[in-house]
Ligand binder design. Structure first.
Ligand SMILES: *Cc1c(COP(=O)(O)O)cnc(C)c1O
Length: 371
C-alpha cells in the first residue's frame, strides 16, 4: 500500500492486530497502574508510571503512525510545547516565535524561558521569511496562525533555519497530520495540542511532540520523565479512541468549512473574512502548495462587539466557547482573549454537524443580528 493519508487512515484501526494473541480484546484495554511486576533486571519493560505505561505506548504508536515519526505524549498542548523548548534550549540561546500565534507560547517565553537566560524575538507569520534566522537556536512557527490564519512557507523557513544551524518547531494543532505534514516539509519537531481535533470530543487535554531525530526524541522523553508532567492513562485511552475517527471527522469539518467560508464571504454583514481555502485569500496559493487540506477554522469581522456576541449566542448550532476541533461547531470573539484583533472579530471553528443544517443556522443568526 503506498503511504498516503488514506492508507494511514485505513491501517490506523488495525495497528494493534499484529500483536494479538487468541482472546485479546480488539479495542485498547486501559491500564491504570503506577507500579508493575518488576523482578530481576530492570530494563526493557514497564516499571513505573512516570517512566512509561502500556496505554501511552498505544496512543504514541497510533500518533507515530500518522506522523511517520516517533511521538511522545503529554498532558496538554502547552506541556508538549514546553517539553520541546526545554529539550532544545539552554541558557544563552535565543528563540524566534510568531507574534500572531497561540498567545500562551509567548507567555511561556516571557515568564519562564527569559528568566532562565533564553531570550526571544517575535515576528508575524506572514513575514516569517523577511528577516534573518542567524543566532536562533530554535524557530517556532504556527501555520496557519491562530486566530488570523496567515501562513508561512514551511519548506523555505526550514531551509533558512537549518542554514543557520537552528531547529524548526512547528505547532500543527489546527491542521493535524491529515491536514499538513510539517516533518515532510523539513521541520525538525512537530508539537500539537491534541486537546483539539485529534481527541475531537472536547473532554480531554492532551498533547504530543513528534520528531524523526532520535536525539531530540530522547531529550523530550527525558524531560517528561524527569520534570514529571506525564499524561494520565485514562486521557491517553480517550485520545486513542478519538484518533480512530479523526480522519472521518477532519474530512467532514474541512469540507464543511470550505462551503461555509464561501457562503459567509458573500454575506453583506461579513468583512475581513479569512480562510486559506478561498481563492483570493492572502494565504491561498501557499496553502494549496503545502497543506493537504485547508482546515476547519474561519475568521471574519462583524461591525461591533455587540453584533458578534449576538450572532454567536443567537445561533443554536454554535457553542460559545474558547478552543476548537470538537464535534460541536464553536465560536469566540477573540479580542476577549487578548488577541490583537478588532472587537467584532470572530473565530469560527466548524464541527461535524451536517453542513446544510449548519449553514441555515449560521445564516439565520447573521441575518437576525445584522438586519
Ligand atoms: C490550544 C492550543 C495550544 C495549547 O494546548 P493546551 O492543550 O490548551 O495546552 C497550543 N497551540 C495551539 C495552536 C492551540 O490552539
Amino acid at each position: 500500500m503506498p503511504d498516503t493519508a488514506k492508507s494511514r487512515a485505513a491501517t490506523l484501526a488495525h495497528l494493534r492486530s499484529a500483536g494479538f494473541a487468541k482472546g485479546d480484546p480488539i479495542p485498547l484495554p486501559l491500564t491504570m497502574a503506577s507500579i508493575f511486576h518488576a523482578p530481576g533486571d530492570a530494563t526493557g519493560f514497564d516499571q513505573y508510571g512516570r517512566f512509561s505505561n502500556p496505554t501511552w505506548h498505544a496512543v504514541e504508536h497510533a500518533l507515530g503512525h500518522l506522523e511517520d515519526a516517533q511521538c511522545v505524549a503529554f498532558p496538554s498542548g502547552m506541556a508538549a510545547i514546553s517539553a520541546a523548548f526545554f529539550a532544545i534550549v539552554k541558557s544563552g540561546d535565543r528563540v524566534l516565535l510568531p507574534s500572531d500565534g497561540y498567545h500562551t507560547t509567548r507567555a511561556l517565553a516571557e515568564r519562564f524561558l527569559k528568566p532562565f537566560g533564553v531570550g526571544y524575538d517575535v515576528r508575524p507569520t506572514a513575514s516569517m521569511l523577511d528577516g534573518s534566522f542567524a543566532g536562533y537556536r530554535a524557530v517556532f512557527v504556527e501555520s496557519p496562525s491562530n486566530p488570523r490564519l496567515d501562513i508561512c512557507d514551511i519548506i523555505a523557513v526550514a531551509k533558512a533555519v537549518h542554514a543557520q544551524g537552528g531547529v524548526l518547531i512547528v505547532d500543527n494543532t489546527t491542521m493535524t497530520p491529515f491536514g499538513q505534514r510539517p516533518l515532510d516539509l523539513g521541520a525538525d519537531i512537530v508539537v500539537s495540542a491534541d486537546t483539539k481535533a485529534i481527541n475531537g470530543h472536547s473532554d480531554v487535554l492532551f498533547g504530543h511532540v513528534a520528531s524523526r531525530d532520535a536525539d531530540i526524541v530522547a531529550r523530550v522523553k527525558d524531560w517528561r520523565e524527569t520534570a514529571g508532567g506525564i499524561p494520565g492513562p485514562f486521557e491517553a485511552w480517550l485520545v486513542h479512541r478519538g484518533l480512530e475517527t479523526l480522519e472521518v471527522r477532519f474530512d467532514r469539518m474541512c469540507s464543511s468549512a470550505e462551503t461555509i467560508a464561501r457562503r459567509l464571504k458573500g454575506h453583506r454583514a461579513v468583512s475581513g473574512l479569512r480562510f486559506p481555502g478561498l481563492e483570493g485569500d492572502a494565504s491561498h496559493n501557499l496553502a494549496r502548495a503545502q497543506m493537504e487540506r485547508f482546515g476547519f477554522l474561519i475568521s471574519f469581522e462583524l461591525a461591533s462587539e455587540e453584533q458578534a456576541e449576538a450572532f454567536i449566542d443567537g445561533c443554536p448550532l454554535i457553542e460559545a466557547a474558547t478552543s476548537f476541533g470538537g464535534v460541536h461547531t464553536s465560536a469566540e470573539r477573540r479580542s476577549k482573549r487578548g488577541d490583537a484583533v478588532p472587537p467584532g472579530f470572530v473565530r469560527l471553528a466548524i464541527g461535524c454537524e451536517p453542513v446544510e443544517e449548519l449553514w441555515q443556522a449560521i445564516e439565520t443568526s447573521l441575518d437576525r443580528v445584522t438586519s
